[in-house]
Design a protein around this ligand. Sequence first.
Ligand SMILES: Nc1nc2c(ncn2[C@@H]2O[C@H](COP(=O)(O)OP(=O)(O)OP(=O)(O)O)[C@@H](O)[C@H]2O)c(=O)[nH]1
Ligand SMILES: [Mg+2]
Length: 394
Amino acid sequence: MVFGFFRRKRRDEEPPKGEPPSVKELRKLLKEGKAAEVVKLLKDRHRENAELTALYFEALVEAGKREEAEKLLKEVGKENLPPSAVAKLLEEPKEEKKESLLEKFKRGLRKTREWVGLSRFFSSKRKVDEEFYEELEELLIKLDLGVDEAVSLVEEVRKKGLTSVEEVKEYLKKRFKEVLSGCRGGLNLSKKPSVILFVGVNGSGKTTSVGKLAYKLTKEGKKVLVVAADTFRAAATEQLKVWAERAKADFVGDGEGADPGAVLYRGLKKAFEEGYDAVLVDTAGRLHTKEHLLREMQKLVKVVKKFDPEGPSEVLLVLDATIGQNSINQAKMFSSAVDLTGIILTKLDGTAKGGAVIPICKKLKLPVKFVGVGEGVEDLQPFDPDKFVEAMFD
Ligand SMILES: Nc1nc2c(ncn2[C@@H]2O[C@H](COP(=O)(O)OP(=O)(O)OP(=O)(O)O)[C@@H](O)[C@H]2O)c(=O)[nH]1
Ligand SMILES: [Mg+2]
């Protein structure tokens, strides 16, 4: 009843029916931060005249109703809308909607879950019999766990004599978490500046990962320099520059055909003289030959050693998760030339081979420092084995 009273009281305060709030009143509401209310009030009225349309647009932007604001912008054109509100709409990063780490992994591993049918398999009410074990083995192979690994894991489960599907699921989760916990590892940023080289074959996601990491670090308040030591591919420098701008990081690059060692030298000189916290170095993914590429990486490490005799703080191998277990060969190739300190596994969102993390982790014995779960600036996430496994199954 009390509720009814207040409702009635509020209604009494509103302007009498038939007299909609004036532009002045609506502006006042907007100023008071009641954008959502203005949106409601103008929902059916904003086409009446240009002033109301402009006001409605402002309210949509303020209320964070991006999609509707974008639609209106397209419909009426920016010349008919308040420039400050248009600027605000265009400026705001699209992915403001905050996702938790688990949600990000879940989104990233959607294909792994759906294509491989993990959640379907484990949610079914079925008996744990021979047929079940056979299917489980197939499933694990599809996950790109590797045939040997899949067979031995199923053997292990069989020996446990588990009787329900739920128990098997929990057992596998536990085992996956155990394996992956050995690959946990944070970024080493103990030096000032910490020099981080990104290496990997072409298309694996180096440049994108440099950009995302730069964004993450500048957001944490760090002074970040991005260096374009991929001078082989046309447009590589330009691509990285765009990322650096997006990340609000400083940038050093000379463009196509420059000597990558010289670019890196210039970048490091600046970073050591001007007190940067981190230097992120993008490198080429393809040169004339594989030998040439590996020698190039060695040269870059030597340049870093001129500034820091201990060498780079991190040499991160960027691997494309869609190639699954094949990445193990790539890792062997790069580690024959330089000392890798960790892995960034990209494109987890685009693959059903999310399970490949397990053999990669087991065989390479390198920490997985980050995983890429999309092309957005915030789609690089620290690798959390427990959350990762949960996201894989649920
Ligand atoms: N879906 C998805 N796409 C990604 C991810 N990371 C990178 N990409 C895409 O993969 C493509 C290649 O990424 P780049 O960062 O240019 O790869 P690179 O290793 O720098 O390639 P090169 O410069 O040719 O050696 C781009 O289209 C990226 O947008 C990710 O985590 N998820
Ligand atoms: Mg690149």
